[in-house]
Design a protein around this ligand. Structure first.
Ligand code: SF4
Ligand code: SF4
Length: 346
């Protein structure tokens, strides 16, 4: 893995037009619009509706076994709802009662922050950062239309990146990559469940989150995990965009990290690898990022390369499973042995 020159910044490297930006309603994401947006071309269309037909074609990377591996990989994220509990976990069938030890006194916030990161890594996080919780990144309403309200005492977000196997992701868009994505999500659920419970065992409050409740990417930028790339995902210095993101917000007193900068925006201006790899033409080719949106699932008021999620999701349906082509080709993943991206995009 080659070195990338990473600088710390006092403020995150994104531009928001405050006169336009509003908190995003989760029902406007593609997965919300599947349920609610009758005008969406994919209204009520399941990503897996063509999977059986695709398996019958007997193509390499689209076998019944790989599809089973994909669906099974989602099990913890999709069905172990305790992982997302806002309260301490209890099971009346558990014969071992747990003692209440009262609130742990934190004399050294810096030391506690280091502990939190160490423990998060133990539970499966590859990189961990801490930021003050900026409530503008919370969804205004959740998938069911309920207002998202987080009490003010939840001051910090612990944001985690979980690296995926780049060799499996390189097989995108086949089911081999889909299975790795699914596994990444279930590892997220395991990690946030255990970290939130660790915090509660010390007498503090914790809300674990996957893709729910708030936007992971800007929180990750605030927490110093990376920068936003042309492909619409977080790019980390070591693993590029080949990570899944999750977070735990808490009232535990911690020390925030600084945002980082390592030249992603400038590099993306002259690298179009993700554009070329996208079979759906969903990624913008414009040299400069702008405030233009590409589809109803883009939030307004952010200077970025807005991805056309409508085209992207239609490709997922046609593929019989999700896609990671853009992630697979991004040269910022150091594990591929790429040198720091130069002006030719190598
Ligand atoms: S592939 Fe190139 S343009 Fe796309 S996000 Fe990665 S560095 Fe940026
Ligand atoms: S996930 Fe696939 S379809 Fe969607 S933007 Fe990336 S390359 Fe394009």
């Amino acid at each position: 893995m080659k070195e990338t020159k990473v600088r710390k910044r006092d403020v995150p490297d994104y531009t928001i037009d405050q006169s336009i930006y509003t908190q995003f309603d989760q029902r406007k994401t593609v997965f919300g619009r599947i349920l609610y947006d009758k005008a969406a071309p994919f209204y009520k269309k399941d990503m897996y509706e063509k999977s059986a037909e695709i398996i019958d074609r007997d193509q390499k990377g689209y076998s019944r076994i790989l599809f089973a591996r994909t669906l099974a990989g989602w099990s913890v994220y999709d069905y172990f709802h305790g992982a997302f509990s806002w309260k301490q976990l209890h099971d009346p069938n558990n014969i071992m009662s747990k003692p209440e030890l009262g609130k742990y006194r934190i004399a050294d916030k810096n030391g506690m922050s280091k502990q939190i990161k160490k423990i998060a890594r133990m539970y499966g996080a590859t990189r961990v950062g801490i930021c003050r919780l900026n409530k503008r990144w919370l969804y205004s309403r959740d998938m069911q239309g309920n207002k998202v309200t987080i009490p003010d005492e939840y001051e910090y977000a612990i944001v985690m990146a979980i690296a995926m196997d780049e060799k499996a992701i390189a097989k995108s868009p086949s089911f081999i990559a889909c299975a790795e994505t699914a596994l990444g999500y279930s590892r997220m659920a395991f990690c946030i469940a255990c970290l939130a419970e660790f915090i509660r065992q010390l007498g503090y409050q914790a809300i674990p989150m996957g893709n729910d409740t708030g936007l992971s990417i800007p929180l990750a930028i605030d927490a110093g995990l990376g920068e936003l790339g042309r492909l619409g995902l977080l790019i980390t210095p070591e693993y590029g965009p080949c990570v899944r993101l999750c977070k735990v917000i808490t009232d535990m007193p911690l020390v925030p990290d600084k945002p980082i900068c390592f030249g992603v925006t400038d590099f993306c201006k002259q690298c179009n690898r993700c554009v070329e790899a996208c079979e759906a033409d969903a990624i913008q080719t414009k040299i400069e990022p702008s405030f233009d949106v590409a589809c109803p699932s883009n939030n307004k008021g952010i200077l970025y390369w807005a991805v056309d999620h409508d085209k992207c999701y239609q490709f997922w349906i046609d593929n019989g499973g999700d896609c990671s082509n853009c992630i697979a080709v991004c040269p910022f993943d150091r594990r591929k042995g790429t040198t720091f991206p130069n002006k030719q995009g190598s």
